[in-house]
Structures are given as C-alpha cells and as structure tokens.
Design a protein around this ligand. Structure first.
Ligand code: ARG
Length: 470
C-alpha cells in the first residue's frame, strides 16, 4: 500500500470497499485548478519565508503548471488509491520533481487545504451566480418594459382581485432577485477568508506568513481561529440557503407560468424549445422547464438540509464528515446556474428584424389577460373607494358594492355594463363619472404612488432598477 502518503503507520492495506467508501476523488477533482492555485501560493510563501529553497519553489511552480495542463487536456490519470484531489496532485508532483514535491506540504494539512480549495471554488461560483441573476433580471426588465401597461388580473387566493399590469407583476420578481443578489454579495464576504495556515487544527510551528498567502489568492483576510478555519462550513450552508431562496422565487414564477400557459388561462406562450410533447396525446405542449424548476427546488432544499445536518453533530475540529459537503454544494451550484441561464432565455422577448421574428420568444396574449381582468369584477374595490371618496363610510360602501356585484354576477354582466339607474339602486351617490372609475385603465392609473401598479410607476420602477444595475 505504498501509494498513499500516510500508510506508514498501518500494518494492513485499507479494504477495497473502504477505499471506495472513503475516496472523494471522483467528485473533488473539479477543485483541481483551485488546489493548484492554492499550492502555488503556499509554496511561494514557504520560499519567501525561507522555509524551503527558491529552487524548490521554482520546481513546484513548473511541476504544478504542467499538471494543470495534464488535467485540463484530460491526460491526467486520477487514481482512487490516492483518495482525493489533493493527494493525486501531490503524488504526481513528487513523481515529476522528486524531493521538492515532497516539501510542498510543509506547514500545511489537507484540512486547511481542502477548506481553502472549496472557498476559492465557491468564490468564483458566487460571482457566476451573481452574473446569472443579473442576466435573468435583464430579461425580466425587458419583458416588463414591453408590458408596462398590459392589463392582467392581479390575484389573491388565486381569485381575481384587482387589475395590475403584467409589467408590475414581473417587477415583483425583479425585486426578489435584487434581494437574492444582495444575499450572495453578502455571503461572498464570509467565503472570502483564508483558512490556510490553520494546518490540521492548531496552526503550525513554521514561521509562515498567512497574510501573504491571503493576498496572493485574493482573500480579504485570514480565518482568525485555526480550529474554526478547518472545521466550519457555514459559508457553504449560507450559499446553499441563498440558492434555495432563489429557487423558491423561481418556483413560484414557474407555478404561474404553468398555470398561465394552460389553455384555461392562455395568458402566455412559452417558446417551443422550452417545452416537450406527449408520446400519446398529439395535442400536448408541456411546460417542462418551469415544471422542472419547481421540481429541482426540492432538490436544492434537500442539499440545504443535508449540509445543515452534516454540521450539527460535529465536535471541533475537522472530521471526515466534511468531505460530504461537496456533492450537495456542487449540485446546488450546478442546478442554480443552469436554471438561471435557461430561465433568462425562456423569458426573452421574441427577436424581430424588419418585422420578421428571427428568434422565437416569450409570448403574452394581452387580450386574454385583459378579458380575465374584465370578467373578474376586478374594479369592485375602485367602486367602493369611489363611494368612500363621496363621503360614504368605507364599510358601507363595501357592502353596497358587494350587493351590486352579486346582482351583476346573477345577470352575467360586468359592473360597467349596468346602467346608471341600476347602479344607483345600490348607492344613490353614484353619478355619471363612475364609469371612468370602473374601467381597468382607470383603476390602474389611480394607483399612482411608489410601489403602485400605475403604468407610470412601473416605468419608474424599471428605470430605478436599471440605474442601480449599471
Ligand atoms: N478529502 C477530504 C475532504 O474533502 C480532504 C481532507 C481530508 N483530511 C484528512 N485528514 N483525512 O474533506
């Protein structure tokens, strides 16, 4: 069992099944580039502190650069016997450059090494997520801009409540994603601290310079307690929580897209490339992407639960349990990034050149949206407000309008279809000017304050977000 770097103490080789059970190389090899980056910084610091010779540093740098090449070109042979990404790379380095390679691990442990690798990887991934969120917001903003005055029913309890604009509805999601972005920006600050130098758990007796390593690797500072540095994965949990909330938001939107694309609503059409058909029912066009986003949200929540549970029983400091952080974390990031990318594309407006659609996009059936708002007595509140403004106490106005709606439902007509004399039977205060109030546009335009659905306000909201993003 000469392959492993720690076998000296053992008097029988590790069982084959146990090797497979304990190895992480099949999934942690994706940290390779960051492992090498961290090792180079560590070696340079060892050289600067005269802990190893500058010749050794040179050989290490050259050797690791070659290894990175081998990995990127797919020539590198990953060995299960070598357990994880760290030992695979170190062994290859030693095969290449001899003793200098064996000196790389001076003053370091795999415990602080792996924590550093994960943080480097997660920092880059967080930046990708922030960019992905921005991309989705840009799609939403374009769509909201195109529909800043498109009328739709706003719902509470999934019952028609009051008219809103489709742009206003979309801007609600833009707000959610702005807060999501803030969570990742904030989480990044805590990711971006250097564990290296903590060694196995207690620090090291070599005269290391942790600040120098932090600077070389772009960290904002060092983890200030060695036990904490190697053992906590709270930064990974935070990332997964922030990801879970993004998925929550997109799952809600997905639920709406699924409903809206149902022929019963027929508010929207999702471009064919995001849908699939049925092998039995020829008429079907299924909104697979939103359905899968909704489904994958559960998967990400599962990862959050896994990471929280992974942490809760661990005494300080490092335990091998922590090796189980990677698959949930990697899958969370992979799921989130691809979801953001597909979603941004799915919500994009059709691309039109010289009046011809050159790329299909998200279609909004304005007439159906409008009709649904119209049929749902969405302006009943406006009528009650109208009466209250004429001096009737709001509770009485509410009652009068409720009776008028009941009458209109019976007659299968809209409130605005009722003649003035009929309306006046419910409240004598009603005058000819009521019809302006009962229109969908009248209702929308009257909600003209920050946060309201008036088209003018929707435009202003879009402009504010665009400005804050530039
Ligand atoms: N593969 C391990 C992990 O992912 C690296 C650290 C192992 N350290 C140890 N002493 N066994 O956490």
């Amino acid at each position: 069992n000469k392959n492993t770097s720690w076998s000296g103490r053992f008097n029988e080789p590790v069982a084959e099944l146990v090797k497979k059970y304990t190895a992480s190389v099949s999934f942690d090899q994706r940290l390779a580039a960051f492992d090498i980056q961290g090792s180079i910084a560590h070696a340079q610091m060892l050289g600067a502190q005269k802990i190893i010779s500058l010749d050794d540093v040179k050989s290490i740098e050259t050797g690791l650069a070659e290894i990175l090449q081998e990995i990127e070109s797919g020539q590198f042979e990953w060995l299960l016997d070598l357990e994880d990404v760290h030992l695979n790379i170190e062994k290859r380095l030693t095969d290449k450059i001899g003793d200098a390679g064996k000196r790389l691990h001076t003053g370091r442990s795999r415990n602080d090494q792996v924590a550093t690798d994960v943080r480097l990887w997660l920092r880059a991934t967080t930046d990708d997520v922030i960019a992905g969120l921005k991309g989705l917001q840009l799609s939403l903003l374009d769509l909201a801009e195109a529909h800043f005055d498109t009328v739709m029913p706003g719902f509470t309890h999934l019952q028609v409540a009051q008219p809103v604009t489709f742009g206003h509805h979309l801007m609600a999601y833009v707000e959610m994603l702005t807060r999501d972005t803030g969570r990742f920006v904030d989480c990044r600050k805590r990711i971006n601290k250097l564990p290296l130098g903590a060694a196995a758990l207690a620090g090291t007796s070599y005269p290391i310079d942790r600040e120098l390593v932090a600077k070389k690797l772009g960290f904002d500072g060092v983890c200030e307690n060695s036990l904490d540095a190697v053992s906590d994965r709270d930064f990974a949990i935070e990332f997964t929580f922030a990801a879970s909330l993004v998925m929550t938001h997109l799952s809600r939107l997905s639920e709406e897209l699924i409903l809206w694309s149902s022929p019963r609503f027929a508010f929207i059409d999702i471009a064919d490339r995001f849908c699939t058909g049925s092998s039995i029912m020829p008429q079907k066009k299924n909104p697979d992407v939103p359905e899968l986003v909704r489904g994958k949200t559960g998967r990400v929540y599962g990862h959050l639960t896994a990471l929280l549970t992974l942490m809760k029983g661990q005494p300080l400091a490092y335990n091998k349990d922590n090796q189980e952080d990677k698959e949930p974390l990697f899958d969370t990031a992979d799921t989130l990034l691809v979801t953001l990318q597909i979603y941004a594309d799915m919500l994009r407006l059709p691309v039109v050149e010289d009046g011809v659609v050159v790329k299909k996009g998200f279609i909004v059936n304005k007439d159906n949206m409008r009709q649904a708002a119209f049929e749902g007595y969405a302006t009943a509140t406006d009528l009650a407000d109208y009466l209250a403004k004429k001096g009737m106490p709001f509770r009485d106005a509410h009652e009068a309008v409720a009776l008028a709606v009941r009458y209109a439902v019976d007659k299968k007509v809209d409130l605005s279809d009722l003649p003035l004399t009929t309306l006046q039977e419910f409240a004598i205060e009603i005058g000819e000017d009521v019809y302006a109030v009962l229109t969908l546009e009248g209702s929308l335009n009257s909600r003209n304050h920050i946060g309201g659905t008036a088209p003018e306000q929707v435009k202003a909201a879009i402009a504010r977000v665009r400005k804050s993003m530039s």
